[in-house]
Write a protein that binds this ligand. Structure first.
Ligand SMILES: Nc1ncnc2c1ncn2[C@@H]1O[C@H](COP(=O)(O)OP(=O)(O)OP(=O)(O)O)[C@@H](O)[C@H]1O
Length: 246
């Protein structure tokens, strides 16, 4: 089976300062990977590099055995919630239907079957009854579930989510985790940028601990060891102690 991701020696910098350095990673399909690390560790940068949203200085990134361009239709991306304009007037159903556009073509009207599939995806996230609401009227957790429904509508094989649990209620978080595990059980791959370490063991099959460089990659039990975590969080802890927080 081809790898979900094969990242070789990837470095990215902004204005001459490196944000991630020499990252190597091979991820098998059928896993949920959590990308963790302190603030400014380069987690979002790595995700953007994989998705070709920023240019890499060096290295190579292979997705599902090919380039991003070749596999674009097999990839779904849920950005951070704060990257959306929630006042933009769009119905929940239409937001999900956008997920079917790769097969639909952007100027074609959705068919009955597209609408039925979008509704099914909304059902999976428990929001079918909100199909005709404006998206701005929903709670943060519901909005995040709509965007997961949109990703599901895409029928992707590889899902990327950037901080999906920030500012959402616990019921939505649990529902999203369950859906991600269902996707994994179907053989799909899920990559999540995440900063709350307390649930990391429960949520992820693999963890990538980042602090500009790759500190550790492996099973949560291997990565979440104090001596490993200290390597990544040392400077953050030193800062907190200096600031008088204990
Ligand atoms: N557009 C940009 N221009 C310049 N520097 C940037 C830009 N985006 C990120 N950086 C810098 O690159 C480094 C990595 O940032 P990044 O957002 O990838 O980290 P992160 O681990 O996702 O952080 P956080 O957990 O705080 O969201 C940081 O030092 C950040 O200030």
């Amino acid at each position: 089976m081809t790898h979900a991701l094969a990242i070789k020696n990837v470095t990215v910098s902004y204005h001459g300062r490196s944000a991630i350095e020499a990252i190597d990673l091979t991820l098998e399909q059928g896993n949920i990977l959590g990308i963790i690390g302190p603030n400014g560790a380069g987690k979002s940068t790595l995700l953007k590099a994989i998705l070709n949203l920023i240019t890499i200085d060096s290295g190579s990134i292979n997705i599902l055995g090919g380039s991003l361009k070749e596999n674009r239709n097999r990839i779904a991306y849920v950005p951070q919630r704060n990257q959306y304009d929630w006042d933009f007037p769009i119905h929940v159903m239409d937001a999900v239907l956008i997920g079917t556009y790769p097969s639909l073509g952007i100027f074609k009207r959705p068919k009955k079957s597209d609408k039925a599939w979008a509704l099914e995806c909304l059902e999976k996230v428990g929001l079918a009854q909100y199909a005709n609401r404006q998206i701005g009227e929903l709670s943060g957790g519901q909005q995040q579930r709509v965007f997961l429904a949109r990703a599901l509508a895409q029928k992707a094989d590889l899902f990327f989510l950037d901080e999906p649990f920030v500012g959402i209620d616990i019921a939505s978080e649990e529902m999203i985790v369950k859906l991600l595990k269902d996707l994994r059980d179907e053989g799909k791959t899920v990559v999540v940028v995440h900063h709350d370490l307390s649930k990391a063991k429960e949520y992820f099959d693999e963890l990538l601990l980042l602090n500009k460089q790759l500190v550790q990659f492996g099973r949560p039990a291997e990565v979440l060891r104090p001596e490993v975590m200290r390597k990544a969080y040392e400077s953050e802890l030193a800062f907190l102690f200096e600031a008088g927080v204990s």
